[in-house]
Design a protein around this ligand. Sequence first.
Ligand SMILES: Nc1nc2c(ncn2[C@@H]2O[C@H](COP(=O)(O)OP(=O)(O)OP(=O)(O)O)[C@@H](O)[C@H]2O)c(=O)[nH]1
Ligand SMILES: [Mg+2]
Ligand SMILES: [Zn+2]
Length: 295
Amino acid sequence: MKGRVISAHGRHYIVELENGQTRQCYTRGKKTGICVGDFVRIQPQAEDEGSIEETLTRKNLLYRSDEMRSKQFAANVDQLLIVVATEPFFSEDLTGRALTGAWSADISPIILLNKCDLTSGMARAQESLEIYRELGVPIISSSIHEPEQLKQDLLPLLKDKTSLLLGQSGMGKSSILNVLIPHARAHTQEHSVALGTGKHTTTSTRLYHLPNNTGCLIDSPGFQAFGLYHLTQTDVANGFPEFKTHIESCRFYNCTHLHEPGCGVLAALKQGVISNKRHELYERILLENQSATRY
Ligand SMILES: Nc1nc2c(ncn2[C@@H]2O[C@H](COP(=O)(O)OP(=O)(O)OP(=O)(O)O)[C@@H](O)[C@H]2O)c(=O)[nH]1
Ligand SMILES: [Mg+2]
Ligand SMILES: [Zn+2]
C-alpha cells in the first residue's frame, strides 16, 4: 500500500493511504529520517497499523541544521509560506535564512506578513521586507481577524500544492491554518493562555488537507535558530538568487565572493546593486559553516 506521512513522532508515524484511511505506522530496523510529506510504501499490520517498508524518491526536503543536530521540516514541498509578524517583531536574520534554505532546495517562497490588524509596526515591517519584494518574493498581508479576505488571498495560491507554514513562534502559523481549515483545530498560543497551560504551542509538524481536497497545508513548530550547516558554499550562493548573474563574471571559478579580486558579486555590492544586508547574511552563513567543518 502506498501513502503519505502526515505526522511523525519519534519512530511512530501516521500514514494516510491513497483511499483516505490513516494508519499508525512504525519503522523496522534502522530506518530513520522519514518525515512529514514523505510518500511511503507500507506493509499493513494488525487492524489499522503498518510498517514502513520504503520511502519513495523525494522531490525535495527542507531542513535546518546546526552544530548540535539537524531538524527536518518536511519533504515534497511545493512552496514555503514564511510567516512573519510585527508583535513579536520578526527576525530579519531568520527570515533571510529560511529564504536561503528554500531557494537552495528549489522551493518557491512566499512571505505572509500576518497580524496586519496591529498597525503600529507595519511600516517598519514593510520596509524591512522591501528587499525581498525586489527579489520577486510575493508578500501577502494577512490577519486572522479578516478570515474571508485571508481565504480569498491565500486559497488560490495554495490550490493543488503542498505548502509549508514556517516561521518563528507566535507569528500566527496555526491561527492561519485554523482559518483556512477550521476542522484542523490546531493549538495556538491563544488556547494555551485560555487554558492556563503556559506557552503550549505547536510541538510537531502535521499535514492537513484544504477543504474539498484542493491542496495540502503543513503546520510546523516555530524555530529560534536556522543553521544551514548542510549547505556547501555553492548551495549557499544558490540561496542568494540576486548573486547569480554577477557570479558569471567572477574571475575565479571557485570564488567564494568574500574577498577575491575580480569578484562579480563584490563589484555589484560596491555599486549598490546587491544589498549590504544580504551580503552580510551570506557571509555569516558561510563563516559559520566553515568554522563548523574545522572540528
Ligand atoms: N492580532 C492578531 N493576532 C494574531 C493573528 N494571528 C495570530 N494571532 C495571535 O498570535 C498568537 C500566536 O499565534 P499562533 O497561531 O499560536 O502562532 P504560531 O506561529 O503557530 O506559533 P508556534 O506554534 O509556537 O510556532 C495567538 O495568540 C494568536 O491569537 C493576527 O492576524 N492578528
Ligand atoms: Mg503553531
Ligand atoms: Zn565572486
